[in-house]
Design a protein around this ligand. Structure first.
Ligand code: IVH
Length: 675
């Protein structure tokens, strides 16, 4: 056989293997027996051993240490896996505590106990136990849907397969971190960049035998869905975890007050280098579960927890150039291209300079010697300039007045702060500015939007340059024959992409609204809009509106958001995009969150001061029980809740519109709670 033929044979086998994987992992419908599958794999490896020139990144022989498979079965988390807000300073922590005390309407000085848990930098996993048996394990995924990695998790010795303790809940999702110890990582240094990558790579191998090769550990710290869990606070839960046979972090502590949190933080930071596992901060959780429940969540993070990140690492380097990046909202962000330098184990060659004002304030120039700081997963930034080291010939940096697309940039005037914005922008005229358009597409496919597997920023750039995509709808009409022929692609990769894109043709209204990238409409506002409109068709009627003020009835949507929405719908290109997308994808109606809620289909507005309960908590109580809150009296309002010193005008308008006026006690009775 000649070389060409061998390669073609080999590629065919690889393609077949890929197909079998897809049917097995994604569609849960195997089309080959285990033996056929193993034989095929063996043949591929045999060919590779025989002919040195055969190499493919998809080779089954390379599964450990290479990009893991995307093909695991997916499943929903019964309770979403949230992320955490970050804190970097004592001030951030004081604010975190203040928000909690305000929400709970507690006086300053109210003591909160926190479970302080060093944050291991690994991969989170959710383990479902039913009647004491470990039945399924999922990765975090996008928080709502994870990948079924049970077989790989089963190889981890820290994960009990069966728990017979009497007080172990009938059903529970035990959540924690999968990680690799630094001492074990020593032997894998040449294969992976850091312990976290090693853990992730190992966990996502298709073959559990490959996972076994890399020693993984598991530390438990929280739970998702549960039935029959009888503990009242986090520290007791951690104790139980230990009794049930899980490992917990030996450095966990119960701490009262911000000052003590800081002392503990400083102590642990000193010990950090001697630990056998990587930590990137400390997680603080309000210890009492009853308080946690009252506090609830904002967007996708709980109000009752925060991650206090370790102070950054700093290094000195030189600015080679200053590049201007254009963001999705048109913001011009200056980025310093620095001489590559290792900061805390990561190679850094870019550092953000934030905005024009920051450059002016610090007088940052090309050629300057600067201190660069990197904190956790946050973008590195320039903290200081060493002016003494500056050459006499150095010149002030002139911030461009024009966007590379040719448009004049502007600084917006903020009516609320009565100041001009620090950020300079290319005015967003829809998809006219190439830079903005590309960023919009990147946002469109990103994790929290369409979440298209394998469709990363680089692919957006490349497809854009090749004119394969210019507008969002193009993503669903890709020319795969053309893609297959691109350098570095081939049938296998093109098929994978087609599969990932097709999979996302169904989308929730909430994600869809978010993916449009309307300025000031983040996840939380997208959710509010999606609940308010209920369906894509209703959302689209906004285009026919002249008067958008109804939107102000949505609690959370203010003047800023309204102007931005109006702006979006005033552009023909956006309307065209909506129509075109409607033809190629299926946008699902908003789910009614909790249909059994006591306040279903009812809307509320509070006027005046209530007793022992903050506005924020009332709002959260109403929403938890499927009601909505509005921000003004209109025909759409069902109940006006009045407290001390209510606004007279609100009561009068409510009376005129025959809206029910109730007091706090009546409201609590509606929730089966007494006043
Ligand atoms: S609790 C609802 N506890 O941090 C709170 N998370 O940014 C979220 N993590 O995905 C989970 N140590 O991977 C919690 N003791 C700890 C943690 C911890 C590490 C990670 C976890 C999560 C991420 C949130």
């Amino acid at each position: 056989m000649n070389k060409k033929k061998i390669i073609s044979e080999y590629n065919k086998k690889l393609e077949l293997l890929n197909k079998l994987n897809k049917y097995y992992f994604d569609r849960s419908k195997p089309i080959a027996t285990d033996k056929e599958y193993d034989d095929l794999k063996r043949e591929i490896i045999f060919l590779e051993n025989k002919y040195e020139f055969l190499k493919s990144k998809n080779s089954p022989s390379k599964s450990v240490g290479h990009k893991p498979s995307k093909n695991f079965k997916k499943a929903n988390h019964k309770v979403p896996m949230l992320s955490l807000a970050n804190a970097f300073s004592e001030e951030d922590l004081i604010n975190f505590e203040k928000k909690i005390t305000n929400f709970l309407l507690k006086k300053e000085g109210f003591e909160i106990s926190y479970s302080a848990e060093p944050k291991i930098d690994g991969i989170s996993a959710s383990l479902t136990y039913k009647n004491g048996n470990f039945v399924r394990g999922l990765s975090r995924g996008d928080g709502k849907e994870g990948e079924d990695i049970t077989i790989n998790l089963k190889t981890i010795k820290d994960i009990p397969q069966h728990i017979s303790s009497k007080d172990f809940p009938e059903e529970i999702d035990i959540r924690g971190e999968v990680f690799i110890q630094n001492s074990d990582f020593e032997n894998l240094k040449d294969k992976f960049a850091n312990p976290r990558n090693a853990a992730s790579g190992s966990l996502r191998q298709k073959n559990p035998e490959d996972t076994k090769k890399i020693p993984l550990n598991f530390i438990a710290y929280t739970f998702g869905f549960e039935k029959g869990l009888k503990v009242e606070n986090q520290s007791d839960y951690l104790k139980k975890l230990k009794e049930w046979g899980f490992k917990i972090n030996p450095l966990n502590k119960l701490i009262v007050g911000v000052k003590n949190l800081i002392d503990n933080y400083n102590g642990i930071e000193k010990k950090r280098a001697d630990l056998n596992f990587d930590i990137d901060g400390i997680v603080y959780k309000v210890n009492d579960f009853a308080l946690q429940k009252r506090l609830g969540n904002v967007a996708n993070a709980p109000r009752w927890a925060v991650a206090h990140k370790f102070s950054s690492n700093k290094a000195v380097s030189q600015i080679k150039d200053i590049e201007i990046q254009i963001g999705r909202t048109g913001a011009l962000t200056p980025v310093a291209k620095i001489k590559p330098i290792n900061i805390g184990g990561v190679q850094v060659s870019n550092a953000t300079l934030h905005n024009e004002d920051e450059i002016t304030r610090k007088d940052i120039r090309i050629g300057d010697i600067v201190t660069v700081e990197r904190a956790g997963d946050v973008i590195p930034h320039v903290v200081a300039v060493d002016v003494l080291k500056r050459k006499k010939t150095s010149k002030k940096f002139v911030f461009p007045a024009k966007c590379p697309c040719g448009y004049e940039t502007i600084k917006e005037y903020n009516k609320i702060t009565k100041k001009f914005d620090a950020v300079r922008r290319c005015p967003d005229r829809g998809f006219e500015c190439n830079r903005i358009a590309k960023e919009k597409l990147k946002h469109f496919v990103s994790k929290e939007a369409f979440n298209i597997d394998g469709f990363g920023k680089k692919i957006v750039e490349k497809f854009w340059e090749l004119s394969l995509i210019k507008l969002p709808q193009d993503i669903f009409k890709l020319d795969y024959d053309k893609i297959e022929k691109l350098d570095g692609w081939g049938k296998l990769s093109a098929d994978n992409l087609r599969y990932s894109v097709d999979e996302k043709k169904q989308i929730s209204l909430e994600r869809f609204v978010y993916s449009l990238g309307i300025r000031h409409i983040g996840l939380e506002n997208a959710k509010l809009l999606s609940r308010y409109f209920g369906s894509f068709q209703k959302f689209k009627t906004l285009s026919k509106k002249n008067n958008y003020s109804d939107l102000l009835n949505i609690d959370g949507i203010g003047e800023t958001q309204l102007v931005s929405i109006k702006n979006f719908f005033s552009k023909n290109i956006n309307l065209k995009i909506l129509n075109e997308l409607d033809k190629v994808i299926n946008i699902q109606d908003a789910k009614v969150v909790n249909t059994k809620g006591l306040l279903r289909d009812k809307s509320f507005l509070v006027t005046g001061k209530l007793n022992n309960i903050s506005r924020a908590e009332v709002k959260s109580l109403i929403e938890e029980n499927s009601g909505t809150t509005v921000s003004s009296v209109s025909k759409k309002l069902n109940y006006l809740i009045t407290g001390e010193k209510p606004t007279k005008k609100k009561i009068e308008s409510a009376k005129a519109l025959k809206i029910k006026i109730i007091d706090q006690d009546e409201f609590l009775r509606m929730l089966n709670k007494t006043g």
